[in-house]
Design a protein around this ligand. Structure first.
Ligand code: CP
Length: 297
């Protein structure tokens, strides 16, 4: 059997996305993840994190244990990745030790995409400025739950995504997801930080927020900004920071980690209609569903 991979949202069809979300939603509602079939229980999974992470790593690790997998964690600083070993060699080495399912985070899109040729189950946990498919899917689960578990209701909602879009893997996964499910997405960033795909992009925040039902702010990735960036943090805060006044009660999302005082004004920590921690909660159920679907049996 060919091993399954989720490296890009486009690896999924619209009906597969809906099936994953509906299955994860059932688990979310009953507060219990589905466990693996007996023949898959106890299988090994390696979590290969060559870039730092809190939410993605811990939710995948906890989900793996909950569904009955035995996860091994490999982090850059304490593995041979720090000696320059590439991801292909790392996965081949782990496979020689009996592991054939992997969750991978890396700063290198090239190394991530090179893993396609390997016949292992691989879930992308975020690659550089490429994609972060499980994040977009957990965001979708959060929205599906928020809007009454109805695809018809969700299809009528307009979602505005604001941030440093040229450096965001989350927005790239959301653009693909938006096309796949025909969502009404609005994208807002300063000029110079626009996404590669400029459909529905604007540099006017007020225009982007007009008529939208949900606001999703993305992190300003200071670590990915070159010194030659055409946009300064001060300019971003002045013109694009999301405030309580701009939200006017609408649901607020953010994949985290948040730079409080940059993309979100600090008083929004107490915002009543924030879905930020709901997104994190959804991550556990969504990733357990992915592991059940993608880890080879
Ligand atoms: N949203 C997200 O990927 O967070 P972590 O970097 O903490 O995993």
């Amino acid at each position: 059997m060919k091993a399954k991979k989720l490296l890009r949202i486009d690896d999924l069809s619209a009906s597969q996305v809906k099936k994953i979300i509906e299955s994860a939603h059932k688990d979310l509602k009953r507060k219990k993840v589905s466990t693996m079939k007996a023949k898959s229980k106890g299988k090994s999974l390696a979590l290969v994190f060559a870039e730092s992470s809190t939410r993605t790593r811990v939710s995948f690790e906890r989900a793996a244990r909950s569904v009955g997998l035995q996860p091994y964690l490999l982090e850059e600083g304490s593995s041979s990745i720090s000696k320059g070993e590439d991801l292909t060699d790392t996965l081949l080495t782990l496979n020689a030790l009996g592991i054939d399912s992997f969750v991978v985070r890396t700063a290198s899109t090239e190394e991530l995409l090179a893993l396609r040729k390997l016949n292992f189950s691989i879930l992308n946990a975020g690659d550089g400025v490429g994609e972060h498919p499980s994040q977009a899917l957990l965001d979708l689960l959060c929205l599906f739950n928020h809007f009454g578990a109805s695809w018809a209701k969700l299809a009528k909602k307009r979602i505005c995504i604001v941030g440093n879009l040229s450096h965001s893997r989350v927005v790239n996964s959301w653009i693909s997801l938006g096309k796949l499910l025909k969502f009404d997405l609005r994208l807002v960033s300063p000029k110079g930080w626009e996404p590669a795909d400029r459909t529905n992009w604007s540099d006017d925040l007020k225009q982007g927020l007009d008529g939208c039902d949900v606001v999703m702010a993305l992190r300003v990735q200071k670590e990915r900004l070159s010194s030659g960036s055409s946009v300064s943090l001060e300019q971003y805060v002045r013109q694009y920071q999301i405030t309580s006044k701009l939200l006017a009660g609408r649901p607020l999302m953010h994949p985290g980690p948040v730079n409080w005082g940059v993309e979100l004004e600090t008083p929004l920590r107490e915002y009543g209609n924030s879905l930020i921690l709901d997104q994190v909660r959804c991550g556990y159920y969504l990733r357990a569903t992915l592991l059940n679907d993608f880890v080879a049996s």
